[in-house]
Ligand binder design. Structure first.
Ligand code: HGY
Ligand code: MN
Ligand code: MN
Ligand code: MN
Length: 399
C-alpha cells in the first residue's frame, strides 16, 4: 500500500512532496485513497468540504469511530506527515479483519482536505469547514499565489464550492476520532518508545508582516537616501529568534514575498509570514507582541511603513482525558505506560476536538525532522503504530 502512494506528488529534485490542495498531485492521492477504499469494499464518500471518507458499516449510523489524517503536504514535505495516518488506518482495518474483530459501530477512514494550507495559506481547511471553524465567506476569500480562489480551485477539481460549510450532522454521529501521525520531533526517539499518545497541541498562529518602503535603483541610490523594507524585515527575523529563545517558544519566518523582486532594485514591498507557537497562550502573546514591537522600531528607523495582520490562529488543544486515558489503558504493556507528549504541530484532530472526542497517536521519528524530505519513521515502528491503532479501534468500535 505504502509503495503505491509514495511516488505520487514527489519532486524528483528535492525528494520532497508537493501535494497541494486541489492540484493534479492532490487529485492523484485522492484517487489513491478512493482505490484503497474500493479494494476493501468500503463505502466511499466525499463530504461537502471535499474530505474523503471510507466506511465499514453504515455512513449514516450513530457513534461512528473514525481514524485517518491528511494526504496533502507542505512544499517539499516529508513522506510521513499525513500519509502515515491514512495508510496505518487502512492497515489497521485490515488487521481488525484478520483478527475477525467485527465492529459494532460504523468505522470510517478519512483524508481531510487541505490540512497543510500550503496553497491558500490557511491550515486544516477541510476540517475547519466541517467543524464550523471557517465560514464559507472566509473560505471564499482565500487566494493562492496566482490569485486563484479556493472555490475556483475546488470547482476545477470537480467540487461544488457553494456546498461548503459546517457539517454538524455528520460530526454529531462520530463518537471518537483518533489520528495517528508521525512524531514531528524526537521525544519518542529519546524515550525509546515506538508509539506515544498526544496530550496537547500548542497554541499557534500565522501573522503577515507588510513592510512598505521606497523602490529605487540599487546602484545609484545613496544609503542615507534609502527606505529599504528589506532591512526591518532582516532585523525582525533576528528579533523573532531572540524573543522565542527567551520564552522557550518557537518563531519562524518561513515565507517571503518581495516586490518587485529585481536584483538591482530596492524593493517597494517586503511581505514576510511569521509562524509562532508556544506551550501556552500567554507566552505566545508575549513573544508575538515583542516581535511586532521590534518590527515597528526597525521600520521607523528606516522610514518604512509596517502593517501586521494575524491571518490564522489555533488556540491550545488539550486532548480529552477520558479518551486519552482509554488509549493509555489499551496500549499499556508489561513494558509499562505509553509516553504522553504535547506537540507544537497543528492537526485536524486539534480542529475537530471542538466538535468530537479526539485523540492522537504518534509514531517515533528518529530524525525528529518534519516538513522536509529527511522526515522518517522506521518500518518496524510503523507496524507498531498499525498494531496500536488496531488495538484502539478494536476497543472503541468492536467491544
Ligand atoms: O503547521 C502545522 O503545524 C501542521 O503541520 N499543519
Ligand atoms: Mn504538517
Ligand atoms: Mn500533518
Ligand atoms: Mn537601469
Amino acid at each position: 500500500m505504502w509503495d503505491s502512494l509514495a511516488p505520487l506528488g514527489r519532486d524528483k529534485d528535492s525528494g520532497g512532496y508537493r501535494r497541494f490542495a486541489w492540484t493534479g498531485a492532490d487529485r492523484d492521492v485522492r484517487d489513491w485513497f478512493r482505490q484503497q477504499a474500493a479494494d476493501r469494499g468500503l463505502a466511499y464518500e466525499e463530504d461537502r468540504n471535499g474530505n474523503q471518507w471510507a466506511w465499514l458499516g453504515d455512513p449514516e449510523g450513530q457513534d461512528a469511530v473514525v481514524t485517518g489524517s491528511h494526504l496533502d503536504s507542505v512544499p517539499d514535505g516529508g513522506a510521513f506527515d499525513g500519509p502515515l495516518g491514512v495508510v496505518t488506518a487502512f492497515a489497521a482495518l485490515d488487521a481488525l479483519r484478520e483478527r475477525g474483530a467485527a465492529p459494532r459501530k460504523p468505522l470510517a477512514i478519512t483524508n481531510f482536505a487541505d490540512e497543510e494550507g500550503a496553497r491558500f495559506g490557511l491550515a486544516c481547511v477541510g476540517s475547519r469547514l466541517s467543524a464550523g471553524a471557517l465560514s464559507k465567506e472566509d473560505a471564499f476569500a482565500l487566494r493562492d499565489a496566482d490569485g486563484i480562489s479556493l472555490p475556483r480551485a475546488m470547482e476545477r477539481a470537480g467540487f461544488d464550492p457553494e456546498a461548503i460549510g459546517a457539517d454538524h450532522a455528520r460530526l454529531n454521529r462520530v463518537s471518537a476520532y483518533v489520528e495517528l501521525h508521525v512524531e514531528q520531533g524526537r521525544a519518542l526517539d529519546l524515550t525509546g518508545d515506538p508509539v506515544g499518545i498526544a496530550s496537547a497541541i500548542w497554541p499557534h498562529g500565522r501573522w503577515r508582516f507588510d513592510w512598505r518602503g521606497e523602490a529605487n535603483h540599487a546602484g545609484t541610490t545613496r544609503l542615507v537616501d534609502r527606505h529599504d523594507p528589506m532591512l526591518p524585515y532582516a532585523e525582525t527575523v533576528l528579533a523573532a529568534r531572540r524573543e522565542a529563545a527567551l520564552a522557550q517558544a518557537v518563531a519562524t519566518f518561513g515565507k517571503l514575498h518581495v516586490v518587485p523582486g529585481g536584483v538591482n532594485a530596492i524593493p517597494s514591498l517586503v511581505r514576510g509570514w511569521l509562524d509562532s507557537r508556544a506551550a501556552d497562550q500567554e507566552t505566545l502573546d508575549t513573544v508575538v507582541t515583542a516581535i511586532e514591537e521590534a518590527a515597528r522600531e526597525a521600520a521607523a528607523r528606516e522610514g518604512v511603513a509596517l502593517a501586521v495582520v494575524r491571518e490564522s490562529f489555533t488556540p491550545v488543544v488539550e486532548f480529552g482525558h477520558a479518551l486519552r486515558e482509554e488509549l493509555g489503558r489499551v496500549l499499556r504493556t508489561d513494558g509499562g505506560e505509553v509516553p504522553v507528549l504535547p506537540t507544537g504541530a497543528g492537526h485536524d484532530a486539534g480542529i475537530l476536538s471542538a466538535a468530537v472526542p479526539t485523540a492522537m497517536l504518534f509514531v517515533r521519528n528518529p530524525t525528529g525532522v518534519s516538513h522536509a524530505p529527511a522526515e522518517h519513521a522506521e518500518r518496524a515502528d510503523c507496524h507498531a503504530g498499525v498494531t496500536a491503532l488496531a488495538d484502539v479501534l478494536e476497543e472503541l468500535a468492536c467491544r
